[in-house]
Design a protein around this ligand. Structure first.
Ligand SMILES: [Zn+2]
Length: 212
């Protein structure tokens, strides 16, 4: 069993991965996708959510846990094929990817052609229902449009992050990204990273609604 802080760890260009899952903490969330691994709680929770939505077959995983070496390969390959600007927008720097924690997954609509870097995960239908239900299962849409200045990653409608409950519900209800959630409440007992106000090297304000 991981400590609660494991699930709330902040990973971004300024905060490299501190906790990596050991091999026995990883598992496939569905036997149909044996190579897509997640941290065990995240895997169980994702499986339960897809089961509840009866979405197996319509929603498919593209990428889950990545060892650092794999993140490096993806970075190098993307830089080579699509240039540094594109890589910076959509691929996390090796050592700073949530995929290295086993707590993140990229999902796609089940179509013949799936873009590995920017998979298509529409906003309507079963995909919209997935986003709506995800917080109940501890998952959040991690990179929100309009929050790029804070996350330093472009909006990614396909990238979901497991933070557990009730955090996912609170984040989602308040429209916060993880950086804001962790910076906005210095009393949060689970936070053991840099002091609030220093995230991304800038002064940060508590998000509106945080003190309600
Ligand atoms: Zn991703």
């Amino acid at each position: 069993m991981n400590p609660p802080s494991f699930y709330l760890q902040l990973v971004n260009p300024k905060h490299p991965v501190l906790w990596r899952p050991s091999e026995n903490q990883l598992c496939a969330f569905h036997p149909g996708f044996p190579h897509i691994l997640l941290e065990a709680c995240a895997a169980r929770s994702l499986a339960a959510l897809l089961e509840e939505l009866d979405a197996f077959g319509e929603i498919v995983p593209v990428s889950g846990y990545r060892p650092r070496a794999m993140q490096q390969e993806i970075w190098d390959d993307t830089v080579q094929k699509q240039g540094l600007d594109y890589a910076r927008q959509y691929v996390a720097i090796p050592g700073c990817s949530e995929h290295e924690t086993g707590l993140a997954i990229d999902l796609a609509a089940n179509r013949p052609e799936i873009d590995f870097i920017c998979p298509d995960f529409p906003w309507d239908g079963i995909f919209g229902k997935f986003r709506w239900m995800a917080p109940e299962y501890g998952w959040i849409l991690r990179y929100l449009a309009g929050k790029e200045e804070i996350t330093r990653i472009s909006s990614e409608p396909w990238h979901f992050r497991y933070v557990g409950t009730p955090h996912a519900r609170i984040l989602s209800d308040r429209g916060l990204v993880l950086e804001e959630y962790l910076a906005g409440d210095p009393g949060l007992p689970l936070w053991n990273g840099p002091q609030p106000g220093k995230i991304s090297g800038q002064e940060t304000q508590p998000a509106p609604g945080r003190r309600l």
